[in-house]
Structure formats: C-alpha cells, structure tokens
Write a protein that binds this ligand. Structure first.
Ligand code: BES
Ligand code: MN
Ligand code: ZN
Length: 503
C-alpha cells in the first residue's frame, strides 16, 4: 500500500473514495461539515432523514454527490464526540480499513485525523490508521492453491492533515506505521506457517534473509555443537527428542554510537511444542505451532528497527528448538546443567520454554546489555490470569517495566504487570538440583515461569513478556497477531528519542 499525507479541503479532493466521520447522534465532524456546505447540504439532509445515526460500527457508502470532486463518499460512524479514546479510534480505523477493502475504490482520502482523541496527537492517529489499513490488507494464503480474494483494487491511501506545517512529522508517522506493519506481517507469516515448514532451520534461514535485505543487520547462527561447547545443557535438553537440529540465532544491529550498550531481545522459538514426554492433550495441539511467536516478534522488531534506521544498538537472540517426545527426549526427573552452572530438575518436559530461554539469557550477559527483554508464549496460566488482551509483564527493574508499559499504551499493544516477589521463589525448590523447572502447584503459573527466568537475569535489567494470550487468535479467526512488534518497536523508538535529547 502506498500512503501519503495532504492538507486541503475535502470537497476539492479528486479521489475514488472520500472518508468522512459522523458523530452520534447525526452530527457532522468538521471535515464532513465543510464538505456538506460545498455540496449544498447533501449530507445533513441525509442525516436528518435518519439514514445514519453515527454510532460506532455504522457506515454508509454514497455515490454521485452533487458538486463533489470525488467518486464516492464513505461515511463512518464515530460515536459520541467526547467519548473517542484510544480503543474507539482503533476500532474506527479498523472499520474504515475493512470497509474500504470491500469497495471498488483504487484510492481513498481519509479525513478522520480531525477527530479529537483524548491525549493523542495527529501523528498517533496517522500511525494507527496506517497500521489498521495494513492489518486489514494482511492475508496468509501462500499455502492455499486458490488465493481467496481475487480482486483487491485499493492501492493508495491519502491521509489529511490540517496544514502544510504538519506534513513532515506526519510523513514520519507514516514511515513508523509502515515499518511496524511490515515487522508485524513478518511475525504473522512466521507464526502462521506450520511446523513442518517453519522449523528451527527455517527460522535461521529467515534471519539470514533479513540480513540480506537490510545491510545494517548481521547474523550468526550457533549450531548444536557450538552450544554444546558453550555448555547450554538446558537448551540442548529440549531438542533431544526432535529430528530437527536446534539453533541459536543471533542478530546484531549496530547503528548507535559504538560505546552504547545494546538492547537485547530474546525470543522463544519453539517451532512446535508437543509437551515432550509430558505430552500435551490432543485437542487444539495444532496451535502449538505458534510457540515460536516470541522469536517471530524479535525478527519483526529488528526488521522495523532496520527500516526506520534507529540510531541504537540492538541484538536479537533466538533460541529455537522443536519439543518432541522420543527415545532420546528428556524424562521427568532428569537433571541438566545450564550455561549459568545452575542445575535444573526437569519435573515437566512441557515447561520447555524456560529451559531454552535461561541459556539464551545467560548468554546475553556477554553483551553487557542496557536491558534485556525476553518475549515468550510461556504459560497457559498467563491466559487464565489476564485473558487475551494484554501481554503479561514481569521485570526486575521498575523503570524498565514502566517504559514497556508506556510503549504498550502508545502503540495500542498493551501489557499488564504482574508481581515478581521473592515470596514466590521457594516454589521452585528442588530436592535434587539447584532449581526445579516447575513448582509443585498450579498457583500463579505465569509468575512461577517468570520466577524461573529471574534466576538467570541477575546481572542486568530485565523484563519478560508472556505473550501466550496475545501472540495469536484462537477460534474462527485463528492466526498470528504480530504482537508485540508494535510495543517493542515503540520502546526502541522511545529509546532513540531519548538519545537524541541527550546529544
Ligand atoms: N507453550 C506452552 C504455553 C502455552 C500453552 C501457551 C497454551 C499458549 C497456550 C508452554 O511451553 C507450556 O507448555 N507451559 C506449561 C507450563 C506448565 C507445565 C508449568 C503450561 O502452561 O501448561
Ligand atoms: Mn510446553
Ligand atoms: Zn511451549
């Protein structure tokens, strides 16, 4: 999709589809009012007749409007003027995007950036609109022999801004929206691919391909022999039952000042999670192909970073394995030695994410990171605790937690913090090793997973995002969401803005 910004009056726009907002009840937005005056009160007459109330979710497509330069007008219900918050605007943007897709218009000019959203500026609205359009355009049909929608004419979106002065920053907002959408789409594609295609080797190839496309990215793949040599006994224990070789993918983006410490993103890359010997029940097991969505979000975020040329140092670390049962697989009760030297009793082979992450987190120490953020579909318990709207957030450093919460708010990709108190730690005591990989009870499962990881992150500022409930949608609209690429990219955008202020 091609995006641009433009200042000018709505009635003069030569466009295939002009998009105007209508407030509840039957009130014109300022752009709609301007248009209405120029076309002799056509819209106000229509509203008076009761054809559109202006409720959120409503829309009306109009043709042949007198004195208008556009081919069509799409009226969009925006709800009550004073009630437009982040969520409402997000819904409006998504509604516009899907409705436009269903028209025959090849381009559209959208006048919705004049809606007043509490606490949000023009650029926020532009970025949301760009992301909404890209989200509506996303299809995953590469594995269908018949691609579903044969004809999708929409090619170009023009977003209105109040004046010429706003053009440069609005263009930057477009760039950010496009980069985040492309990063999310990459994460979605990788998530949606089945585990017989998207193997650890495939993920490594995708990282290499990304580095081909963006010269600012460097990739290094650690093979099982390398990990053996380093002493990653926890990570390697998970891959034992699989015919697929494990990989540790390392991506380096170095566009910040040389001495600046890197932000390290660690993504769980379990390309399929059967549970191993602690086998999962069969129902819904297909969704365990999404158990590499943390990894996918790291690739997506690095893509966005490279596209936006952020002046930062960022490293992506992706431990990737397949968790299978088999003659060589770990048994419950097995004890392995992690890279940190701590021994781990594997009481449940289905708590495998923490086993691969702990070695990747210890490995991150070598980079003397500014902060380490791991992203993982870690626990079903996180879905029980929070549902499927926010990511679960844990951190050993409250400024980092707050920065991530704020980034999530700004990007409309929200997280919610859960406690990581020492009180929980004794649940991981083992009779036979330094630590057990699960606690003896089902209480606070998401917290226990985070507690396990916290044993390996004492040397740096660290946060953990449990994305079990947010990385994909279940049910009829099953598919990867691309989250938390928007949150992570926003976090890095904020860090880049910070460095700019300092210099
Ligand atoms: N990948 C799963 C977590 C998961 C389950 C995410 C369902 C999304 C939906 C993870 O590896 C896992 O199996 N966790 C166990 C941990 C338990 C054994 C302590 C779980 O959540 O049941
Ligand atoms: Mn598991
Ligand atoms: Zn898993």
């Amino acid at each position: 999709m091609e995006f641009s910004v433009k200042s000018g009056t709505p009635e003069k726009q030569r466009t295939a589809c002009l998009v105007l907002g209508i407030y509840e009840s039957r009130r014109l937005t300022s752009a709609a009012e301007q248009f209405d005056t120029a076309c002799g009160g056509y819209l106000s007459t229509l509203l008076r007749r009761g054809d559109l109330e202006g409720k959120p979710g409503q829309s009306l497509l109009l043709f042949n409007i007198p004195n208008a330069s556009c081919e069509r007008v799409l009226l969009i219900g925006c709800g009550r003027e004073r009630e437009i918050d982040d969520r409402r605007f997000h819904k409006i943007a998504a509604h516009v995007a899907t409705t436009l897709n269903e028209t025959g218009a090849a381009d559209a000019t959208i006048y919705l950036t004049d809606l007043a959203v509490r606490g949000r500026d023009l650029n926020w609205k532009i970025r949301q609109m760009v992301e909404a359009v890209e989200t509506a355009q996303y299809r995953f049909d590469q594995l269908k022999s018949k691609k579903d929608p044969a004809r999708r004419p929409l090619r170009k979106i023009i977003l209105s801004v109040p004046g010429r002065r706003e053009l440069p920053s609005a263009e930057q907002a477009i760039n950010e929206g496009v980069a985040i959408a492309a990063g999310s789409a990459l994460a979605k594609d990788l998530g949606n691919l089945p585990a017989n295609i998207c193997t650890p080797t495939y993920l490594a190839e995708q990282a290499l391909a990304l580095a081909q496309a963006f010269r600012t990215l460097r990739v290094k793949i650690l093979e099982e022999a390398d990990m053996e040599q380093l002493g990653m006994g926890a990570l390697l224990s998970v891959t034992r039952g699989s015919a697929q070789p494990a990989k540790l993918i390392r991506l380096d983006y170095r566009q910040g000042p040389a001495p600046a410490k890197p932000y390290v993103l660690v993504g769980k890359g379990v390309t399929f999670d059967t549970g191993g010997i602690s086998l999962k029940p069969g129902e819904g097991m297909d969704e365990m192909k999404f158990d590499m969505c943390g990894a996918a979000s790291v690739l997506g975020t690095l893509r966005a970073c490279a596209e936006l040329q952020l002046p930062l140092n960022v490293t992506g670390l992706i431990p990737t394995v397949e968790n299978m049962p088999g003659g060589r697989a770990s048994r419950p009760g097995d004890i392995v030695t992690s890279l940190s030297g701590q021994t781990i009793e594997i009481l449940n082979t289905d708590a495998e994410g923490r086993l691969i992450l702990c070695d990747a987190l210890t490995y991150a120490e070598r980079d003397e990171p500014a902060a380490v953020i791991d992203i993982a579909t870690l626990t079903g318990a996180c879905i029980i605790a929070l549902g499927r709207h926010p990511h679960g957030l844990f951190s050993n450093h409250s400024p980092l937690a707050n920065a991530l919460l704020a980034a999530g708010q700004a990007a409309y990709d929200r997280a919610w913090e859960l406690p990581l108190w020492d009180d929980y730690q004794e649940g991981l005591d083992s009779n036979f090793a330094d630590i057990a990989n699960i606690s003896g009870s089902r209480d606070g499962g998401a917290i226990m997973g985070a507690c396990f990881l916290s044993r390996f992150t004492k040397k740096f500022h660290w946060a953990h995002l449990d994305i079990a409930g947010t990385a994909w949608k279940t049910g009829k609209a099953k598919g990867a969401t691309g989250r938390p690429v928007p949150l992570l990219t926003q976090y890095l955008l904020d860090r880049a803005a910070e460095t700019k202020e300092k210099s």
